[in-house]
Design a protein around this ligand. Sequence first.
Ligand code: XMP
Ligand code: MG
Length: 185
Amino acid sequence: MHDMSADIERVLLSERELKDICSALAGRITKTYADTGRELVFVSVLKGSVVFTADLLRRVPLPCALEFMKVSSYGAAAHSSGFIQVHLDLKRSVEGADVVILEDIVDSGRTLQKLSGLLAGRGAHSVRCCTLLDKPTCRQVDFRADFVGRCIPDVFVVGYGLDYGERYRNLPYIGVLRSAVYTRA
Ligand code: XMP
Ligand code: MG
């Protein structure tokens, strides 16, 4: 049996740290949306955000809906415009709702910039972005998430929902992948 942990150079965020990050984010979100009188809709971005979404939402004691989208963004570094391809869309309207997009990691910023624009254009009352991880040094467009779990350096991470070639999502922690893993592919 292949030992996944052998492919991990170092643990960046332990299970304990991830729990604490989720609790802190949930507290901020709960404060922001308590007593708005509006519908609160979480839009979780598949697939990487699934584990984060499950842990975060169980700590938000507010009435809310959970929806999923699957998107990918394209655009060369030189083109800040880029575009977004929607592979799985919402089956409902978000008109008048407070929307919180849940993402695993922000890198260039393209995905969330485009997705938040798309949902705002559908008449949401507000659209905010919550990301577990942020790589601020990788930004290619002017984008800032509203709720950030942890800023990390420009390293490739896996685990806790994040994958490399669809593997490692089930690691309970976030780890830096050994470069030998992607150079041997
Ligand atoms: P943007 O549009 O901000 O896209 O460039 C963020 C998306 O890039 C992927 N990504 C990663 N996935 N480990 C991963 O498993 C990483 O270190 C990493 N950095 C970026 C991810 O799909 C995210 O949604
Ligand atoms: Mg992703």
